[in-house]
Design a protein around this ligand. Structure first.
Ligand code: PMP
Length: 298
């Protein structure tokens, strides 16, 4: 699914075959989850060009994540963006998921390293199909305590929490998990941020206890453009269950509506929600399509 014998990756400044690349078994990253990464998408736009969505934002978050974790990072966003376009072209891909990972050398102690390694892999991602609404379950797992982790960093180790929560939800017959923060307020999904809609207004948790998603920022940007009120505030799962609608947003998930939370259904038909307007406007943005305000439903 991710690669075959022809797949090319970008590894420490060179384009090499994925199947021939090696990683050190003594890497601190493999043993302790000490690495940082990004999840980026490229799209074939309506003009037929390849466009990486918010490439600058993603690569600057990668650098910030590396800095937060004391992982050496010597690349500029410009060179990484250029390399990524070249990588997409070498793999003959337009609609793709792009995964940069900055990882540590062999080091079985907890000391800081003087070097790091960078790999960028790309794989094919089908364009959005998502009509199906999600059945979401409140997880028994909380998001990591921001006093124990640099929660603003997209660090690999944090994703053990995401894996546990997501697997728990799926084992119980749900599509995805919703995690609360250390104060039992709603935080985010295992790999996406959350919004809810009430009386035509949108609400989302503040960035303190969550990953500051680039899609989340894009949703807020769309709200400003379309004159939709959006408020950042802490809220509980009970308040969320009183909402008209809710959705996850993230690079991979894009904007995806919910059917229910803990089997409590959201009352508004998805295609009558303001949230569905955001979903449509987001699709337009990634595809460089003009979004016409006439679409806006009252
Ligand atoms: N929260 C978590 C925990 C995530 O892993 C992601 C995906 N990167 C997001 C939120 C959404 O972030 P983005 O919109 O930047 O993809």
């Amino acid at each position: 699914m991710y690669y075959n014998e022809d797949t090319i990756i970008y590894l420490n400044g060179e384009f090499v075959k994925s199947a021939e690349a090696k990683i050190d078994l003594y890497s601190q990253s493999l043993h302790y989850g000490y690495s940082v990464f990004e999840g980026i998408r490229s799209y074939k736009t309506i003009k037929g060009e390849t466009a990486i969505f918010k490439a600058g934002e993603h690569y600057s978050r990668l650098k910030n994540s590396a800095d937060a974790m004391n992982i050496p990072f010597t690349y500029s966003s410009e060179e990484l963006i250029t390399a990524t376009y070249e990588l997409l072209s070498r793999n003959n891909m337009q609609d793709a998921y792009i995964r940069p990972l900055v990882y540590a050398p062999a080091n079985m102690s907890f000391t800081k390293n003087t070097e790091s390694f960078l790999v960028i892999a790309v794989w094919k991602m089908e364009p959005f199909l998502g009509e199906k609404l999600l059945k979401v379950m409140t997880s028994s797992f909380q998001r990591p305590n921001p006093k124990g982790f640099k929660i603003e960093a997209k660090a690999s180790g944090h994703y053990v929490n995401s894996i546990l929560a997501s697997q728990e939800a799926k084992a119980r017959g749900y599509d995805e998990a919703l995690l609360l923060d250390i104060n039992d307020f709603v935080a985010e999904g295992p790999g996406a941020n959350v919004f809810f809609e009430k009386n035509g207004k949108l609400f989302t948790p503040p960035t303190k206890n969550i990953l500051a998603g680039i899609t989340r920022a894009t949703v807020i940007e769309i709200c400003k453009e379309l004159d939709i009120t959006v408020e950042e505030k802490y809220f509980t799962g009970d308040e969320l269950k009183e909402a008209d609608a809710a959705f996850f947003c993230g690079t991979a998930a894009e904007v995806i509506g919910w059917e229910s939370l803990d089997n409590v259904k959201f009352p508004k038909a998805w295609n009558e929600t303001v949230s569905s307007i955001i979903q449509e406007a987001y699709q337009c943005k990634v595809l460089h399509k003009e979004f016409k305000r006439s679409f806006v439903r009252a």
